[in-house]
Design a protein around this ligand. Structure first.
Ligand SMILES: Cc1cc2nc3c(=O)[nH]c(=O)nc-3n(C[C@H](O)[C@H](O)[C@H](O)COP(=O)(O)O)c2cc1C
Length: 394
């Protein structure tokens, strides 16, 4: 009987526990929900960190800007920055102590996860960055919060303490990430590793050693070298194609990619087909030769110099080049998928029909559009090569 009573008690306890579990709110994890990247940047490091971070996660990005413009925080041995911090530290619970910032167009309320990126000033969190956190203190309560700090060389312990003071009720996703200025060129790797420690939903960065360049409807394969710039480029192209307007420069077409990439510049002599990065954000597509300090990106596969110049529109300005991870819709007849039609496609199609399907692009090999690849497609391809001369046949 005693045993039975004990059993009933255990059963009741179990039932109670189960009831509590059933009624509990499902815990919100950082892997789900919307993410906001908010940053303040005076000299540009944090803004580059924000851009690199945005390559790896699905997030909206917002910049904190001061109302006071053209401030020289570097002047007089960084005195202005020190003065602003002293005012905050004298009365940190008073909003008036914080330098005014412009309203931003993203509301923290709309997000589950916030990653905040700030410079370090005099061992502390930069004053305008503090304003943003202080203003959003209530909204950040209970939100998943991550912190990245950029400094010249000083350690970030006090900045982390500042953040705990400013947003005491945020739920930290993990350790903060410190990127000092000498590590800045390597930020992509640091950020990727850090995100892994947070168990955060990181975009799958496709593993590829080639991308596609399309100019005026023609596409060519570009083989990538492996470096930080190309890894960032592939990550960025995973989000969206990049189109750059390039202009002729006697030996190259070059133009702005619209954002910076991590450089690993070295003095080199570029030749036709080489693709390099100049000054961290300009793509250079070579059809001639030049020696300079560049970051290598890769090479364009081409058959003859004339064909390469024709593809690049050498000698012209305002040429639109689109970089993409995926080949545009396959052209009928482009069996090897390299963007143009020639004897290689005939060979690829014949090999395919002889049971060797390596290097075949099924869509391109399906020349007549009828399901399946067969002799009809070979005939159709030969007809294209003999009778028609579309602009993409070489
Ligand atoms: C006012 C001011 C004070 C700074 N104080 C420090 C410091 O104490 N230690 C340090 O390592 N870097 C210091 N720095 C350098 C910045 O932390 C560093 O360059 C950071 O990368 C700047 O980020 P940003 O380019 O996004 O503005 C200071 C910079 C400024 C403008």
């Amino acid at each position: 009987m005693k045993h039975f009573a004990f059993f009933v008690m255990i059963l009741m306890l179990c039932c109670c526990t189960e009831e509590i579990d059933v009624n509990a709110q499902p815990a919100q994890t950082p892997e789900t929900g919307r993410t906001l990247i908010a940053y303040y940047s005076y000299t540009g490091h944090c803004s580059q960190i924000a851009a690199t971070l945005a390559d790896f996660i699905d997030a909206d990005v917002v910049e904190v800007q001061t109302v006071a413009e053209n401030q020289d925080y570097n002047a007089n041995n960084y005195q202005l920055g020190r003065d602003l911090l002293n005012i905050i530290n004298a009365d940190p619970e008073n909003l008036d102590s914080y330098p005014a910032i412009k309203p931003v167009n993203k509301d923290v309320d709309e997000y589950d996860n916030i990653i905040f990126i700030t410079p370090l000033w005099h061992a502390q969190m930069a004053a305008p960055a503090q304003t943003y956190l202080f203003q959003n203190r209530a909204k950040l309560a209970g939100k998943h919060f991550g912190l990245i700090v950029s400094s010249h060389s000083s350690g970030i312990a006090t900045v982390v303490n500042n953040a705990h003071r400013l947003v005491p009720d945020a739920e930290w996703m993990g350790e903060s990430l410190w990127i000092n200025n000498s590590q800045h060129p390597n930020r992509a790797t640091l950020i990727e590793n850090w995100l892994e420690t947070l168990d955060f939903a990181v975009n799958e960065v496709p593993v590829t050693d080639k991308i596609y360049l399309t100019i005026d409807g023609r596409t060519k394969v570009m083989t990538l070298v492996d470096n930080a710039a190309t890894r960032e480029l592939v990550a960025a192209l995973g989000n969206a194609d990049i189109t750059a307007t390039v202009n002729d420069n006697d030996f190259e077409l070059w133009g702005d990619l619209g954002r910076t990439f991590t450089t690993s510049n070295e003095y080199m002599t570029c030749v036709a087909g080489d693709v390099v990065l100049y000054s961290s954000r300009y793509i250079c597509l070579f059809y001639g030769s030049n020696s300079y300090s560049y970051t290598r990106l890769g090479r364009i596969e081409y058959q003859s110099l004339d064909e390469l110049k024709n593809f690049l529109k050498a000698g012209q300005n305002n040429v639109q080049v689109t970089l993409s991870l995926n080949a545009p819709t396959a052209q009928a007849g482009d069996a090897d998928g390299n963007g143009y039609i020639n004897m290689d496609d005939l060979t690829a199609l014949i090999n395919y029909l002889l049971d060797d399907n390596s290097a075949i692009n099924p869509q391109g090999a399906n020349v007549d559009g009828v399901e399946g690849i067969g002799m009809d497609d070979l005939t159709a391809l030969i007809n294209i090569m003999l009778n028609e001369t579309p602009s993409h046949v070489y």
